[in-house]
Design a protein around this ligand. Structure first.
Ligand SMILES: [Zn+2]
Length: 236
């Protein structure tokens, strides 16, 4: 059967090929192409406008080995667990499980102590990070917004995998909770970036000049994200 793919329309072949696969319309190419969405950890098939479902399935089937290899190369999924070390708000911390305690999650120097059953450690740590991120990122963004003389209505912490932050026209900023896992200078850059969007709703030269006034070392933060940002998506 011939299927006409209009922009935005997709067809599902996951069941037919025996694995989760995202199908998206190809922008211009006449060829079928495959890539891996590293954040979602799924293969993505770009399908040209006139392509049958059968052709798409055949193409994927031919490239199954490549897909499996590429998926296996992705960094493994990480969970916050007893003994796991990671960077939190610029400080190296190690999770320490206290099953008998009833204090939730608390920080003692570099030990991130977590009470309760082991199976809840990941969720508890994540909730703790989100709560602290909300407070810290709001405070830090507010200082920068005041410097620019811009109004900041609020900050929310999201679980998005598509971006580190976003700024709405209502002067509200969203940050990914994973920003809390980056070095301090990266946090500085991201706050400067989003707060600058309160003034400039684009990525013009004026916008970047504004970022530089708030965070002179901004390019180091940007480079770090390009290099290592992906590794943070290993945390689910
Ligand atoms: Zn931006």
């Amino acid at each position: 059967m011939k299927i006409t793919l209009l922009t935005g329309k997709t067809f599902d072949i996951s069941e037919a090929v025996g694995m989760d696969i995202k199908v998206v319309p190809a922008r211009s190419s006449r060829k079928l192409t495959l890539k891996i969405d590293e954040k979602e950890r799924v293969p993505v098939l770009s399908v040209p406008r006139f392509c049958s479902r059968k052709q798409a399935i055949e193409f994927v089937t031919e490239h199954t080995d490549w897909i499996i290899k590429a998926l296996n190369k992705l960094p493994e999924v990480k969970y916050f667990a007893d003994g796991e070390s990671f960077m939190l708000f610029g400080q190296n911390v190690t999770v320490e499980h206290h099953p008998e305690a009833r204090r939730g999650v608390w920080l003692e120097e570099s030990r991130l102590c977590v009470s309760g059953a082991a199976e809840f450690i990941h969720r508890r740590v994540k909730d703790y990070i989100r709560k602290r991120a909300q407070e810290e990122f709001y405070a830090r963004s507010k200082v920068l917004a005041d410097k620019l003389g811009c109004k900041l209505t609020g900050v929310s912490i999201k679980d998005t995998t598509s971006r580190w932050g976003s700024c709405s026209t209502l002067n509200h900023i969203n940050y990914s909770w994973r920003v809390a896992l980056t070095p301090d200078y990266v946090i500085d850059y991201l706050m400067a970036h989003e707060v600058s969007h309160l003034k400039h709703h684009d990525h013009s030269d004026e916008f970047w000049a504004c970022v530089a006034t708030l965070c002179p070392e901004w390019s180091n933060g940007r480079i770090w994200l390009k290099r290592y940002g992906k590794t943070l998506y290993a945390f689910k």
